[in-house]
Design a protein around this ligand. Structure first.
Ligand code: FDA
Length: 307
């Protein structure tokens, strides 16, 4: 992980800084990366994206809850998202973080909440993507995913992070175990120890290309979630070379990041899914976007001084 990324993630944890940004952040520029604080605002944004040929995955922001009532509220928010997608007719699935559903309180509680959400996703023939969080949660996330995968099959998918040493082994197991192994492949966004993750960006990038090729060749569905031109170009060439059909993979990018590139890929005939986060609890998500690209902080400073 780069020094600038470490610094931003550490500063973001500071109470004074977080208090200030939570109070003024939306006005200062968080709205570029977060589609609003309400579900209605988010659905309006999804509609606009759909109009441009982009499909969406909606995420009700939230992570690391420590009260059962908060976990239940997050679960309800996910159910509301699935209802709203169904009722509005927009093209979107759901992404979620299991820590927001009570994973740190108990595995059983999280499973119960996930089943409520997946029952509804199955009823609407929709799909739920479990985001991958920090390394401390990976084993329990895999255990829960395995249970849910057996019950809900194609309605649930997972994220795999290229920066982890264990990733190739995890993928081999998942690919051989399940009929529909729909994975979102990412570089990885958390601050991890060099004992579990590649510390150098070049190694992460190399492993990322390796797992993209591996999953595309496996015949399972791949979501290549990146803003990196080098990776996008590699993927385009690889699918062409191996005659991999365009309905076996999609590109994914975050809302507000490289919107022109998102639309250009659609024009070229690729499926592009935009990850659209919304809700009050946007601070952690927003800090990671700044850490990935400190230039985004200048965008915020510019907005701070704009009348
Ligand atoms: P990288 O950060 O190396 O950037 C490559 C280039 O892309 C940059 O040089 C710049 O040009 C451009 N770029 C990148 N970020 C930008 C930004 N914020 N603004 C403007 N330009 C930017 N992680 C995780 O651990 N668990 C998860 O579940 C997910 N889920 C997820 C979903 C989706 C749809 C995406 C796109 C990403 C995630 N991630 C994630 C985050 C992921 O792990 C990673 O941190 C970011 O995507 C940044 O890595 P890139 O592949 O974009 O390349």
């Amino acid at each position: 992980m780069s020094l600038s990324r470490k610094i931003v993630l550490s500063v973001a944890g500071n109470k004074l800084v977080s208090g200030f940004i939570k109070k003024y952040g939306m006005k200062m520029g968080a709205a570029r990366f977060v589609a609003g604080e309400t579900l209605k605002e988010a659905i309006d944004q999804v509609r606009l994206l759909n109009k441009d040929g982009l499909v969406v995955t909606l995420d009700h922001l939230g992570e690391f809850v420590f009260e059962e009532s908060e976990a239940l509220a997050s679960t309800q928010a996910c159910l509301d998202v699935l209802d709203a997608i169904h009722e509005s007719g927009v093209t979107s699935n759901l992404s979620l973080k299991m820590t927001s559903l009570g994973l740190d309180l108990s595995k059983e509680m999280c499973l119960k909440h996930m089943r409520m959400i997946l029952d509804k996703a199955r009823e609407y023939d929709n799909f739920v993507r479990i985001d991958m969080e920090d390394y401390a949660h990976i084993d329990v996330t895999m255990e829960i995913f395995d249970e849910l995968k057996r019950e809900y099959g194609k309605h649930v998918g997972l994220v795999i992070q290229a920066y982890l040493f264990r990733t190739v082994e995890d993928m081999k197991r998942l690919e051989s175990e399940y009929e529909h192994c729909n994975l979102r492949l990412v570089k990885g966004a958390y601050m991890e120890s060099p004992s579990v993750a590649f510390p150098n960006k070049a190694d992460v990038d190399q492993n990322y290309l390796k797992i993209i090729d591996m999953h595309l060749l496996s015949g399972h569905f791949s979501a290549v979630a990146t803003h990196d031109d080098m990776v996008i170009q590699h993927t385009k060439e690889f699918v062409k070379q191996h005659n991999i059909s365009h309905d076996q993979f999609e590109f994914q990018m975050l809302y507000g990041v490289r919107p022109e590139t998102q639309r250009a890929l659609v024009k070229e005939g690729y499926a592009m899914r935009v990850y659209v986060p919304y809700g009050n609890d946007w601070y952690g998500y927003f800090s990671r976007r700044i850490a990935e690209r400190p230039a985004n902080a200048f965008f915020i400073l510019k907005n701070m001084f704009r009348k």
